[in-house]
Design a protein around this ligand. Sequence first.
Ligand code: C5P
Length: 215
Amino acid sequence: TGRKAMVTSGPTQEPLDPVRYMTNRSSGRQGHAIAMALAKKGANTVLVSGPTNLTDPEGVIVRRVTSAVEMLAACKQELPVDIVVCAAAVSDWRVADPAAEKMKKNGTAPNLELTENPDILATLSQSGPKRPCLVIGFAAETSSVVDNAMEKLSKKGCDWIVANDVSVAANTFGGMENTVHIVDHNGIENWPTMSKESIGQLLADRISDYLNTNS
Ligand code: C5P
């Protein structure tokens, strides 16, 4: 209660031209569930979400964005926040120079040049005096889940990584359940497979305990 939380959720869409885009299979369910759980615990919660089919979680301010660049801009506008959870499946790349008009089929397939998108989690983790006191990222892995999460923790500069074992829960993308490991600088917690709502609630409890102890 009395804290401001920000959660990113959903996929991003990266335009090729005015009618086409690149995206990924994220449903937004896990991010939305976390935002709802944080709001229920009393945090002033903003959800910065890419396009999803989900209804807005109760008690949460929702900022809808489309691309990774827009998602980063919206997140920066919301700073300072106490807690940030980056659950969005941000597209790693965007088309460097999207066509202004619909591309026409003319017998030669277009050669699309891609450019890397900004890393929102890394940017927020390294945002200087405005850095949130707790920055949490996600990692979807199919092997060496914990080792990769440890590496991500230091590479991105965040405080906790929620590592999804996408090889255990084959339907993690778009599914109702998730299997996660919470990795922080003190070690690893292995959570059993449970609903994305339950993970949201347990994560909100853990965040609340951390803030009550550390700030
Ligand atoms: O590097 P990777 O995509 O595996 O990292 C996943 C984590 O980083 C997630 O928390 C995701 O929300 C975040 N991320 C981000 N911006 C990007 C890429 C990933 O915030 N451009």
